[in-house]
Ligand binder design. Structure first.
Ligand SMILES: [Zn+2]
Length: 78
């Protein structure tokens, strides 16, 4: 069964997505959510920009306040 992914789940999985470590089913759900949700598409773009700046994916280095700010931005946007 393919339940739809919500925004919080997508945010939790974004590092795994960029690492390529999601299983194919989860990745498909992630991609479906991205197509349907402009907020998460924007989040992924901003996250990638952050990773480019940092130089590597390091989940411990992602500021939780940054993540929360982006999540709040979606809620306002939607
Ligand atoms: Zn979303």
């Amino acid at each position: 069964m393919n339940s739809s992914m919500d925004c919080n789940e997508l945010v939790e999985l974004v590092t795994a997505y960029l690492d390529g470590s999601l299983d194919s089913e989860t990745r498909a759900r992630f991609d479906v959510h991205l197509v349907e949700c402009d907020g998460c598409e924007n989040y992924l773009q901003q996250f990638r920009a952050t990773v480019d700046t940092v130089g590597k994916i390091d989940q411990e280095s992602i500021d939780p306040a940054f993540r929360d700010r982006l999540l709040n931005a979606f809620r306002d946007f939607r």
